[in-house]
Design a protein around this ligand. Sequence first.
Ligand code: ZN
Length: 135
Amino acid sequence: MDHVKPAKRSKIMAAVRSKDTTPEMKVRRFVHSMGYRYRLHSPDLPGKPDLVFSSKKKVIFIHGCFWHGHKGCSKARLPESRVDFWREKIERNIRRDKRVKRKLNHIGWRYFTVWQCKLKNLEKTEERIRAFIEN
Ligand SMILES: [Zn+2]
C-alpha cells in the first residue's frame, strides 16, 4: 500500500525530477566541464533557449521527445486515448519550435537541439555538442 499523502508525494516527485539526472542537467554538466560559460533560459531570445552562449551567438535546446514531437522516435508515440487532443497539442509545439528557429536564424544566431533520447548515447551526443560549440 502507498501511505504517502498526495502533497508529500508531489514533493518527493519534484525532488526526483529536479535531481541532476534530467536531460538538461546532463547537458549543463558536460558543457560546464568543457569550461564554457552560458546563461540559462534567456528570456530576451526567441524560444527562451535552455543554454545561451552570448559571445558566440549560439544556443542549445534540450527537447523532450514527446512534447516536441521527435520524428520517428519511440518516445514520441501518442497515447492511445484522446489521440486528436495530443496530436494537436504536439503539432502546435512543433510549429512553435520551427518558428523559434526561423527567428533565431533571422537574427543571426545558431542553434543546436539535443533530443532527450540521444542522451542515452551520452558520449556521441557530447561529441556533437562540443562540435557545435567549437565550430
Ligand atoms: Zn527521441
